[in-house]
Design a protein. Structure first.
Length: 145
């Protein structure tokens, strides 16, 4: 009688291991996808298309600033850094919390970036937009860790 129970326990353990491995693989794929979305959006910033970056962001982001205000802020803070020499993903982390945002579902993607005149860490926060697509919900540049 112990043998069938043991087999059932071993089978369940194997299946749960497969489930965990699959979940880890899905998480990795989602992190890579989140980083790719962030890089695509940062390309607009890199090309000084600040208005385009605002229009490509999620609705909650667009609701926080007018185009004039966003373009002005980018001209004052990002443009002086110059062209990007290199950018490397530090990590992409799924979270239910994001700076200055309600509890929800977010991907926070961090980059080490070298500009013409400085090194910095860029942080791009993605949120699911009204249409279900992941878009930029927040962005800031800070001194590297």
């Amino acid at each position: 009688m112990k043998t069938p129970v043991l087999r059932l326990v071993l089978a369940a353990a194997c299946l749960s291991g497969i489930g965990l491995a699959q979940a880890a693989e899905n998480e990795k794929g989602n992190a890579e996808q989140a980083a790719a979305i962030a890089v695509g959006w940062l390309t607009l910033i890199d090309n000084y298309d600040y208005a385009g970056s605002l229009h490509a962001a999620c609705a909650s982001f667009k609701g926080t600033a007018t185009e004039e205000r966003w373009v002005g802020a980018m001209n004052r803070s990002r443009k002086p850094l110059g062209h990007v020499g290199s950018r490397a993903v530090i990590d992409a982390v799924f979270s239910t919390k994001a700076p200055r945002a309600p509890v929800g579902a977010y991907w926070i993607v961090r980059f080490n970036t070298t500009f013409e005149g400085a090194r910095a860490q860029e942080v791009v926060t993605l949120a699911q937009d009204e249409d279900g697509q992941w878009r930029v919900q927040g962005f800031f540049i800070r001194a590297p860790d």
